[in-house]
Design a protein around this ligand. Structure first.
Ligand code: NAI
Length: 642
């Protein structure tokens, strides 16, 4: 038999290898046609049972990335709940068949196995994970507001025990091969060179499937099950309100009441597919998934990759931008006025690499890629040059005039300015069209969004290459016009300004923050202002609304040089990196709307002015750049849904 999405061959051991190779795609996803074909394949195996079966991926991009989320995006547009339910049940049934196969089955996981991809592996009798950096196993459905409906809720707890499984199911986090092996999610974690032989060895030896320890069994199948569910609910409640994020609660219910069987809940029950998928949260989060892809798609087809980046200014931003680029495999030179100004940035980089890479060799390699450069010679060879020095027009102009003389003619000249119009900086250049803004957010390592700013003078090709560069370093590019505040600060400033006016009226900072949290913001505006820095907030406010007088309490803090988290004192007192807060008390009626309204109004205005070119990108920018409650789908979407 031949199949469109699977390549079959039987080896000398009698093992039938199934190479998953979804037709016409770079990445394997389990879309409806693929599921149908898997079902046909299982029919064929029923008629002619193989001795043993091993799934692996024929794609370089990984094992299987999950279900085809685009199908959900389409369902979201038409709100076809019958189709949503049918899609989930179909997957559940096909995987159930696979799990009940009489012949031994194995998944050889090379690269990521996420969502419906991991669920396929979980439905096999054995799993071998290839220990390489790209291998990640996880069930991220909760991040889309849905649940792992293809058997993940049922099977993962049986492999790793309910408490560990809940940790994965309720956060969407992933494990590498070694961790997956330690937990029992896979039977073996092996280096690539022995992966095939290991899979053959397992299918020849047919070891008894792994069993849970006595304690794990009590918590998963015994009388401690209810206790585990209760603890899990408590943990979730600390992070997510059920009215905003119903899916983690639904996952716990589906496991506790129905052992993950998606057919069992009644349509109106909170853990049914129908209820979850019709909730605005799922629809919005699925849309946000699409928006993230849309941001990335801006870089598609642009033939540019930086090998060497030169960063000027090793302060808060420049230091972290340099460290991030080196983390992403690029050779970086970091320039500042003298070595003592560069040293703290190198130390911060070392700390970040230790946390993120956790492997001495990889840490050393990343550190080797990050070179201090007091002479600025690195600028001569770089493909991308990013200026991140003090926010001062004449100093920036001087730096760019010198840079243009020594940079390669094809090098991208970029500024990280947050407020100076590009056109003004560009006057220092013989060829002003070379200047583009690559505007990172603070903290660089955590903020996904990077604005690509085009002034009227910016060459479109330069902006394109800047977009490809941002994608290369795994950030999300957003094309913006060089207008005051660009997109993110433009809509953030009126929101923070309103919060500060509330402070001046005597409302407690904790109450103001609570009102924003109730809307679904990840952090309240007063705390956010302290984190960003009150000096920075004041400067941004000046740029976006030059005529407005600074709020009184903000001015008092500025006069006292209390700039927020970085000085240990702002609207809050900060100890050990945390704001010291009192109880928020009751949020007065209307406060939430009052805070959010200025942001919504500004978003509509800026969009109408064409600061960002379409509504989707505008919403994406607000979500990934300002933390706008993702389940509300962004400020423009939210206004149409209200
Ligand atoms: P910073 O004050 O922490 O660092 C600036 C660095 O530039 C200092 O180390 C200084 O010694 C160095 N420098 C000054 N003149 C120089 C020259 N001629 N040659 C080489 N190095 C020189 O400033 P920060 O906060 O990192 O900001 C840098 C730029 O990034 C500014 O344009 C700012 O508007 C922008 N930005 C800042 C954000 C923030 O949250 N701090 C966020 C996004 C953008």
């Amino acid at each position: 038999m031949t199949y469109k999405n699977f390549k079959l061959r039987t080896d000398d051991h009698g093992i039938t290898w199934i190479g998953i190779d979804v037709a016409g795609e770079n990445v394997n996803t389990m879309g409806t046609p693929v599921l149908h074909e898997l079902n046909t394949l299982l029919d064929d195996f029923e008629k002619n049972p193989p001795k043993a079966v091993a799934f692996y991926s024929e794609k370089k991009s990984g094992f299987i990335a999950g279900a085809n989320v685009n199908e959900f995006v389409e369902i979201g547009k038409t709100n076809n709940l019958d189709e949503a339910e049918a899609l989930v049940k179909r997957g559940y049934d096909v995987y159930e068949r696979l799990a009940n196969a009489k012949y031994p089955t194995l998944a050889l996981i090379n690269g990521y196995a996420l969502g419906g991809g991991l669920e396929l592996a979980l439905a096999c009798r054995y799993r071998v994970a290839v220990d390489e950096p790209s291998t990640r196993l996880g069930l991220p459905e909760v991040m889309l507001g849905i649940l792992p409906g293809w058997g993940g809720v049922k099977r993962l707890p049986q492999l790793v025990g309910a408490p560990a499984a809940m940790d994965f199911l309720l956060t969407g986090k992933t494990a590498d091969a070694k961790k997956a092996k330690r937990l029992g999610m896979v039977d073996e974690a092996v280096p690539p060179r022995i992966m095939w032989n290991t899979a053959i060895g397992v299918l020849k030896a047919l070891p008894p499937p792994r069993r849970l320890s006595f304690a794990q069994n009590l918590m998963t199948n015994g009388f401690l099950r209810g206790y585990v569910a209760k603890q899990a609910r408590k943990q979730v409640a600390k992070r997510a309100r059920p009215e905003h994020y119903p899916s983690p609660y639904a996952i716990i219910d589906l496991w506790q009441k129905y052992n993950g069987d998606i057919h069992k809940p009644q349509p109106r029950e909170s853990c049914s597919v129908r209820t979850l998928i019709s909730h605005p949260t799922a629809m919005n989060l699925i849309r946000v998934f699409g928006l993230r892809e849309k941001l990335k798609a801006q870089a598609k087809g642009i033939d540019f990759a930086a090998k060497h980046v030169h960063v000027i200014g090793a302060g808060v931003m420049g230091g972290d931008i340099a460290a991030w680029c080196a983390l992403r495999g690029i050779h970086v030179t970091l320039q500042d006025l003298d070595a003592t100004r560069i040293a703290p940035a190198i130390k911060r980089a070392a700390d970040m690499y230790k946390k993120r890479l956790r492997d001495d060799r990889k840490i050393r390699d990343a550190m080797d890629r990050l070179q201090p450069d007091t002479t600025g010679d690195g600028a001569k060879k770089a493909d991308v040059i990013i200026e991140a020095i003090v926010e001062n027009l004449s100093v920036k102009q001087k730096v760019f005039a010198e840079l243009e003389a020594k940079a390669r003619p094809d090098a991208i000249l970029a500024t990280n300015t947050s407020s100076i119009p590009l056109e003004q900086i560009a006057t220092a250049l013989n060829d002003p069209s070379r200047l583009v803004g690559i505007h990172f957010f603070n903290p660089v390592a955590q903020m996904m969004l990077v604005e690509i700013i085009s002034g009227v003078q910016t060459n479109a090709d330069v902006a394109k290459r800047a977009t490809a560069f941002v994608d290369q370093i795994d950030k999300l590019p957003l094309a913006c016009k060089s207008a005051p505040g660009f997109w993110v600060n433009r809509i953030l400033a009126p929101y923070l300004g309103e919060a500060m006016r509330c402070l001046d009226e005597g409302i407690a900072p904790e109450t103001i923050d609570e009102a924003a949290l109730a809307f679904g913001m990840p952090m309240g505006p007063i705390e956010l202002a302290d984190v960003v820095g009150l000096d920075v907030c004041a400067a941004v406010g000046q740029t976006v609304t030059p005529d407005a007088t600074a709020p009184q309490k903000l001015q008092a803090k500025l006069d006292a040089k209390q700039f927020g988290k970085k000085t240990g004192n702002g609207f809050y007192v900060w100890t050990d990196g945390r704001a010291q807060k009192s109880s928020a008390g009751a949020v007065p009626a209307g406060l939430t709307d009052r805070l959010i309204a200025p942001m919504l109004i500004e978003a509509s205005k800026a969009r109408a002015e064409g600061v960002v070119s379409d509504d989707d990108l505008a919403d994406a920018g607000a979500i990934f750049g300002c933390g706008f409650a993702p389940f509300r789908g962004g400020p423009l979407n939210y206004q149409t849904m209200r």
